[in-house]
Design a protein around this ligand. Structure first.
Ligand code: ZN
Length: 184
């Protein structure tokens, strides 16, 4: 982990962090009063953001990182190389000075994406005011992690993904109504 100042970061990383902070505005966080935004950058240069989503049944809430990673995957652009996380307490007592790091579950999600990408994903954990920025890698944040390689799946996924695409195409080929619906 290294402490960084916003000014010393390369422009693409500054931009990613700013997008993560803009996403904070979309948080649905009535229970904790703690809003988090995340933005991921993929190998193709795609950027996807997410915000935390709470729920009256507390346990089903979603972290901002989940939203951002899911957005990338939903766009067919899962090869994540970098993620920025920004958060702030917006209810009294307000506090935008504490660095927000990914929770344990999110570290596991980031690790999985990184194994498929074969990237030691870079993580920028930031305070809301961006005065505190910590740069680390997922291998630092989640050492000795369990992932798809343990199950022998890292090499197999591209083949499985192609099989998935074929399966969907086969369904579309036999179902004319679905094809028409997609063209509309
Ligand atoms: Zn999390």
């Amino acid at each position: 982990m290294e402490r960084r100042t916003f000014g010393e970061l390369a422009t693409p990383n500054q931009r990613l962090i700013k997008i993560a902070r803009a996403a904070v505005m979309n948080a649905y966080a009535p229970y904790s009063g703690f809003a988090v935004g995340a933005a991921v950058r993929t190998r193709t240069g795609g950027i996807y953001s997410g915000a935390n989503l709470e729920n009256a049944a507390y346990g089903v809430g979603m972290c901002a990182e989940v939203g951002a990673i899911t957005a990338a995957n939903s766009a067919g652009d899962y090869e994540i190389t970098t993620i920025a996380v920004v958060g702030l307490k917006f209810t009294s007592p307000k506090d935008a000075t504490r660095v927000v790091t990914p929770c344990g579950r999110c570290r596991q999600l980031i690790f999985e994406a990184g194994e498929i990408t074969r990237a030691d994903v870079t993580i920028f954990s930031c305070s809301g005011d961006l005065a505190e920025i910590r740069q680390s890698t997922i291998s630092e944040m989640l050492p000795e992690a369990f992932g798809p390689a343990n199950l022998g799946l890292r090499e197999i996924w591209p083949t499985l993904r192609a099989e998935l695409a074929r399966s969907v195409q086969d369904l579309e080929a036999v179902d004319a109504d679905v094809s028409i619906a997609l063209e509309r």
